[in-house]
Ligand binder design. Structure first.
Ligand SMILES: *Cc1c(COP(=O)(O)O)cnc(C)c1O
Length: 378
């Protein structure tokens, strides 16, 4: 049996090696390492995949979020509403720009921002809502967009973990996540569902003027070469990564199907156990299982994590400390928040290996060890 890993990028690479190697060599031979046709083609293909007008590639998902906030004119003293139960990048970029993150609770089932309590967090300083589609499940975008419209707020989707997830509105309209808010941000970090072999990220929007701003800010605020209109930064996706991503994009739906199949297997294995809650799947979106995250009830989660490790099975806690409890946010009053659901989940979640190369033999072993621990413990 192949070694168990949280994510197996090597086996996945070997299946597309011929095409990837040729594409990388073609970039080397062209010596067009930054910008150019390969990057533009990938951006166009990603835009088409999402059904959006513009995709602006950048250096990573963190930059995408930062540039999005800058392009929308968010500035020091403004507030953005965001979950605390997320990867730090979502809120770190706000803080970096002097914007105050206002942390709200997540829904216990979806792990994503709870639309019902967003309105309570709105103040005259609020400029944007930043929902995070955590683990591959969608934040409930329809009510979020309604609240944003009512209060004249921007919506920046952090779609680093849910690329390819299709969200259905009540009227039957379907849209890919990342294409619903004013700007969608994603990451091509190697372990992400559309992973590069290095860093990468992208922003997407249907707004022409906003697309120009995103492009300009990602390129030193320049409107034309050596004419800098606004303060920007330097954030580029390189051509080698774009060439790799363009190939992998053609497999993305297949990769998602493989992840969903693996999730189905785990779901069935754990179905009968009342101490384990398997990931919830709302019917209005197509979970893409960036992570397969269990919520444990009456189980010593950290002991299970160690037990699995002792048996050669990796597992991860995403994330061991919620954003509002990070030292980084002491200055923003982080420790004053009372986020009971966020804390409750932080103590109970555990993510099992899930990726495109997992086979049933591996999954059975993982499931058996989880269940074995739970049975020993009681
Ligand atoms: C990975 C990730 C990011 C940041 O992406 P990088 O490319 O690593 O900068 C932001 N938000 C979430 C939710 C992520 O999972």
């Amino acid at each position: 049996m192949r070694p168990l890993q949280m994510v197996d990028t090597k086996t996945q690479y070997l299946k597309i090696k011929t095409a990837v190697d040729a594409a990388v060599i073609a970039v080397l031979e062209s010596s067009q390492f930054i910008g150019g046709k390969v990057v533009n083609d990938f951006a166009a293909n990603l835009a088409q995949y999402h059904g959006v007008k513009h995709v602006i590639p950048c250096a990573n998902g963190t930059d995408a979020l930062q540039i999005a906030m800058m392009a929308l004119g968010l500035k020091a003293g403004d507030e953005v509403i965001t979950p605390s139960f997320t990867y730090i990048a979502t809120v770190e970029v706000a803080a970096l720009l002097g914007i105050k993150p206002i942390f709200v609770e997540v829904d216990k089932k979806t792990f994503c921002i709870d639309p019902d309590i967003i309105e309570n967090a709105i103040t005259p300083k609020t400029k944007a809502i930043v929902p995070v589609h955590l683990y591959g499940h969608a934040a409930n975008m329809e009510p979020i967009m309604q609240i944003a419209k009512k209060h004249n707020l921007f919506v920046i989707e952090d779609n680093a973990q849910a690329i390819g997830n299709v969200y259905a509105f009540a009227d039957g309209t379907k849209k890919k996540l990342g294409s619903i808010g004013d700007i969608g941000c994603t990451s091509f970090y190697p372990s992400k569902n559309l992973g590069a072999y290095g860093d990468g990220g992208a922003m997407m929007t249907n707004d022409d003027a906003l697309a120009d701003k995103l492009k300009m800010i990602a390129s030193h605020g320049q409107s034309k070469r050596y004419y800098h209109d606004v303060v920007g930064c330097n954030s580029r996706l390189d051509a080698i990564q774009a060439a790799i991503l363009d190939i992998k994009l053609t497999y993305l739906d297949e990769y998602i199907a493989a992840r969903r199949k693996a999730a189905d297997f785990y779901d069935a294995a754990f179905a009968a156990n009342d101490k384990i809650s398997v990931p919830f799947r709302a019917t209005n979106n197509n979970h893409v299982f960036h992570q397969y995250t269990l919520t444990l009830n009456g189980v010593d989660r950290d002991a299970l994590h160690l037990y699995l490790a002792d048996n050669g099975i990796p597992s991860m806690i995403y994330y061991p400390v919620p954003a509002h409890r990070q030292k980084m946010f002491d200055a923003f009053g982080g420790s004053e928040y009372k986020l009971e659901t966020t804390d409750w989940l932080t103590e109970r979640v555990i993510s099992l290996p899930i990726h495109t190369e997992l086979d049933e033999e591996q999954q059975q072993l993982i499931a058996n060890k989880v269940l074995e621990f739970i049975n020993i413990q009681f």
